[in-house]
Design a binder for this molecule. Structure first.
Ligand code: ADP
Length: 363
């Protein structure tokens, strides 16, 4: 360690069930400490990471999320946000080896289930020890840091979510956020009640999450990627697949204020051959997205009521390029709570765990 901070490079890594998220701190005022071989290696890594936006076949840097002018560990620099499929972890380990990573650091900070699963691979192939941190601790720390340190506004909500023309993204002042609920939609879903920076509990979860959407969508439509699944859903009509209240009642179910357009049974039309014949792949993709999203929204709403919280913050990579789900959640929260609940979203979506992990490195 130099001056009490860990040796460069500084990374936080969140190895999730589907995606591995990497936050890299690029220092702007580089000191000349350390031997020349180390400096050279450090430069190579920095140049590789900041000079590219794609790494190998599947690694991607989310350039639009980059945070310049950050102060971390007594240094000034930029935060970079990188992701790749966890399935490609062995290729990442190979890359770390080819860039001589172990010449610089003996350990890296990691969170997520993969920090446990891949621990022995890191040790064996790159002589790196993983300092493991709990993923939900990291998530909360990351939200706290990014929300406060993003010069561009981090938090937003959807105004008029049910109206195509009038719907708009509006920034939300999240400076005094407590208490709030966090709904982290990754491969699966975790729901946390947060009362202060270091007081939170995991209140619920569901295994029907982003992984379920993608898995079912691949099965039902033959699509191959998340982007393709979302693209398909955006052109589909879920009412060709779902059975609505009006399909059963011929109109509204007035006694209990259920609109005829509410879904009574997700995929409820698909038992009939003639209905299957007219449902397209796009319709199936949309119905899958709506089913998973509404189920999460419904569980989130119950948690908010139980925990007596009015702000519900949705994060996780399921919401990446997925305005359909965000608007559905926004509408569902407002509608089913009679306007008392607010659905909030954060720009850095799936990166909070990795960010919190990088902060742990500084402790
Ligand atoms: P985890 O930590 O469990 O991997 P994430 O928050 O990274 O969770 O979210 C994973 C989910 O994000 C996937 O299940 C999928 O629904 C969605 N997703 C968004 N972008 C991608 C992508 N490029 N590849 C795979 N899944 C993606």
């Amino acid at each position: 360690c130099h001056n009490g901070t860990p040796p460069m490079p500084w990374f936080g890594m969140d190895i999730g069930g589907t995606l591995t998220k990497l936050v890299y701190f690029e220092p702007k005022d580089v000191s000349d400490q350390g031997d020349t071989e180390q400096l050279e290696t450090l430069r190579t890594i920095r140049k590789y990471l900041t000079g590219n936006v794609a790494y190998g076949q599947t690694g991607i840097r989310d350039v639009h999320l980059e945070m310049p002018d950050q102060h971390i560990g007594g240094k000034r620099g930029s935060l970079h946000f990188i992701r790749f499929p966890t399935n490609d972890m062995m290729r990442f380990i190979e890359l770390a080896r080819s860039k001589n990573f172990s010449k610089l650091a003996k350990a890296i900070c990691a969170t997520g289930g993969g920090a446990f699963k891949f621990e022995s691979d890191f040790k064996e192939h790159v002589q790196l020890k993983l300092h493991k941190f709990d993923e939900l601790d990291c998530l909360i720390k990351g939200i706290n840091y990014i929300d406060r340190n993003n010069d561009k506004s981090e938090c937003y909500y959807w105004k008029n979510p049910d109206n195509c023309e009038k719907c708009e993204k509006v920034t939300f002042d999240f400076r005094d956020p407590y208490p709030y609920l966090v709904v982290n939609i990754g491969s699966g879903v975790s729901i946390l009640a947060v009362r202060s920076p270091d007081d939170y509990k995991r209140v619920s979860g569901t295994s029907l999450g982003g992984g379920t959407f993608l898995g079912l969508c691949c099965l039902l439509t033959g699509c191959e990627t998340f982007e393709e699944a979302i693209q398909m859903a955006s052109q589909g009509d879920s009412t060709k697949v779902d059975r609505l209240v009006k399909d059963i009642y011929g109109g509204d179910y007035t006694k209990f204020c259920l609109s005829g357009d509410a879904v009574a049974s997700s995929f409820g039309h698909m038992n009939l051959k003639e209905r299957r014949d007219i449902a397209s792949r796009h319709d199936l993709a949309k119905a899958t997205l709506v089913t998973i999203t509404n189920n999460i929204g419904s569980i989130a709403r119950m948690c908010a009521v139980t925990e007596k919280m009015e702000r519900v913050v949705f994060v996780g990579n399921f919401l990446r390029v997925n305005t359909i789900s965000m608007k559905l959640l926004a509408y569902a929260m407002e509608y089913w709570s009679g306007g008392s609940l607010k659905a909030l979203f954060l720009e850095h979506e799936g990166y909070f765990g990795a960010m919190g992990c990088l902060l742990e490195l500084m402790n």
